[in-house]
Design a protein around this ligand. Structure first.
Ligand code: SF4
Ligand code: FES
Length: 250
């Protein structure tokens, strides 16, 4: 496939960025999107030019490092996949592909396509830890029965990889889907009960401090989320927050 790439280039966090055009030839339809960018970078290096900076790590949809807004969609045109799982067969020979960083005030661009998602880390830190005994008298997991529907819901919420596509997709740059997943994964389980109220209050407070917008139930986050995190978790977080607020002085 021969393609034209329009890529956001930005020297550093303080510089202004702009779209630049790069033609690229002979890309296999079987290669991944990131492999296609690897080929571009190899070409740029061979030409003595600065390669395009982009985030990646596991390249198998687990770590949440890859981002990229591709042709106006977070993680590109496929559904239920991260950018690293996106294949070039989703595009046609001769296509022009627009590649931009995830955009949100709370995700400032560091360089080219790399954004700082430290705000997500700070929200998770605000959530704190769970009180479990790890002193050597640890309870056997099977000694604590958990209803299957609760275990399934907790697991569904825990599949959130913290990629930030929900924020990038949302017209309000809301982080509600991410925070709701993190709050919910513990609230379903007995181990998450001790700090349940404190956790939701602290995480929502940190989310607001980071400058994310509010949720207006548009639902774009759920559509673009590579892990299919459901809007139901946002409703659950709102209930958790309300319940915690009326018994807390915070
Ligand atoms: S909710 Fe989905 S889109 Fe948002 S951070 Fe988690 S996995 Fe990514
Ligand atoms: S590089 Fe790890 S999820 Fe894409």
């Amino acid at each position: 496939m021969d393609l034209t790439l329009k890529i956001w280039r930005q020297k550093d966090a303080k510089s202004e960025g702009k779209m630049e055009t790069y033609p690229i030839k002979n890309i296999s339809e079987h290669s991944s999107f990131l492999e296609m960018l690897d080929v571009l970078n190899e070409n740029l290096v061979n030409e003595g030019k600065e390669p395009v900076a982009f985030d990646h790590d596991c390249r198998e949809g687990i770590c949440g490092m890859c981002s990229l807004y591709i042709n106006g969609e977070a993680h590109g045109p496929d559904r239920g996949v991260t950018t690293c799982q996106l294949h070039m067969r989703m595009f046609k020979d001769g296509d022009t592909i627009y590649i931009e960083p995830f955009r949100s005030k709370a995700f400032p661009v560091i360089k080219d396509l790399v954004v700082d998602r430290g705000s997500f880390d700070r929200i998770q830190h605000a959530g704190g830890f769970i009180s479990v005994n790890t002193s050597g008298n640890t309870q056997d997991a099977n000694a604590l029965p958990i209803p299957k529907p609760d275990a399934d819901k907790a697991m569904d919420a825990a599949t959130c990889i913290g990629c930030g596509a929900c924020v990038a997709t949302c017209k309000n740059s809301s982080a509600m889907l991410f925070v709701a997943a993190k709050v919910s994964q513990y609230s379903y389980l007995p181990q998450g009960q001790v700090e349940r109220k404190e956790r939701v209050l602290n995480m929502v407070e940190q989310m607001d401090k980071e400058g994310f917008g509010n949720c207006t139930n548009t639902g774009a986050c759920e559509v673009e989320c590579p892990k299919g995190i459901s809007l139901e978790f946002i409703a659950r977080m709102n209930r958790e927050y309300f319940g915690a607020s009326i018994v807390s002085e915070k």
